[in-house]
Ligand binder design. Sequence first.
Ligand code: NAD
Ligand code: UGA
Length: 457
Amino acid sequence: MVKICGIGAGYVGGPTMAVIALKCPSIEVAVVDISESRISAWNSNKLPIYEPGLEEVVNQCRGKNLLFSTDVEKHVHEADIIFVSVNTPTKVKGLGAGKAADLTYWESAARMIAHVSNSDKIVIEKSTVPVRTAEAIGKILTHNTKTKGINYQILSNPEFLSEGTAIQDLLNPDRVLIGGNQDPQGLDAIQKLKAIYTHWVPQDRIITTNLWSAELSKLADNAFLAQRISSINAMSALCEATGAEVSQVSLALSKNTKIGPKFLNASVGFGGSCFQKDILNLVYICESNGLTEVANYWREVIKVNEYQKSRFVHRVVTSMFNTVSGKKIAILGFAFKKDTSDTRKTPAIDVCKGLLGDDACLSIYDPRVTQNQIEKDLSISCSGVKHVNVVGDAYEAIRDAHGVCILTEWDEFKTIDYERVYENMVKPAFVFDGRNMLDVDKLRKIGFIVYSIGKPL
Ligand code: NAD
Ligand code: UGA
């Protein structure tokens, strides 16, 4: 029986390994992590992350061919194939601080693999890493292994899932990318990984490349996606200045088959743990290679995103007569997108901090994000602080508010009884739709003053 070990039981490692276990009953999958609390949550009825469909997959396999453990060394030692899905955040200090990827977690995982291995291993980069990381990992592995003659093959197999749709994305990926050394041993390792995916992914969706192309493709992928959002968000500012409507512009663009329909929703800004960090990483790599113009090009994608978030705050404050001081503002949605409880780099953090900077009183509701998490993200303790209240439903958040900001596109915000909430708001009542998800005409008929992204007032 082939044994797989997945190091890192986070948003990528947990769902990815669970789907491999589901689709490959003949393979034993152990998911390991240094975080005891995460592993005990994976072994409980309350999984550490919210992801539609995940619980069903885990329940089907856990205790059969899927296990979660903190005994990292044992499972690495026993495995033939090791997927490494540890976090690769932006460095916060030292060389490249604020841009370069922090590979501390990766390096420590690689050293541990070398330390405990006494048989050949295929080591797979599942985390998003700078191009040429495999070269460094290879050196760490070969220089630290105690048993002579062990062969390590490093593969790059970046993950393309999106949070909120992770299980669907994993069950039905548009492509699987595998990069490896182009010598006979490398090609053999590629085939071994390919054989796992062919349990459920059609052959023609599995792309094989050299290592560096696979590593760079992942960074390029996220950069292109984020660039599309910044492009449409930049257009949204121009729409507001000219009377064009960004949703109509998006529709027109989407029908161009050369452009296509996805990632054209103007918003309060993109969030999530990856877009910003991966672009910064790309910027750093470009700079390190002397490619200043290329670095500057990609840096602008992030600048436009910052601009979009601050534009939103500015619009709220200026619309409400240039002051939100002491005014209650309902914040609907805190997660970085719907169907996840993840708040990493959510635009809600910047918007809330911006409004608090103008002394607004915030009443925050998100169907999946806990009060604890919101307090942590805003670096405040909500108990006793009268400027922020985290509440249990949208109606409570909106009662007696001057304005409502929609910051996450949760479906339930579409079905709020806006006539009812209008009655209970201070007038004039404002709605700032940061996700362009509400029916503006209907709200205006009720009496709201509505601001949508990229639409005339
Ligand atoms: P995460 O923080 O949710 O999970 C990483 C886990 O690795 C943590 O639980 C941490 O405790 C564990 N870990 C760190 N060092 C370890 C070690 N030495 N041994 C064992 N466990 C260790 O991160 P994530 O969101 O799952 O992202 C992981 C990687 O995947 C990142 O490189 C990210 O860029 C990439 N990625 C993320 C997504 C996404 O949607 N979140 C999608 C594609 C790719
Ligand atoms: C993104 C990519 O879509 C995945 O392919 C990639 O694997 C992943 O990053 C990663 O490497 O972490 P994710 O961040 O989970 O996935 O979610 P997205 O759906 O891409 O949304 C990211 C942000 O952009 C969200 O804040 C979302 O609201 C925003 N967005 C998305 C827009 O503002 N407009 C759009 O049209 C699309």
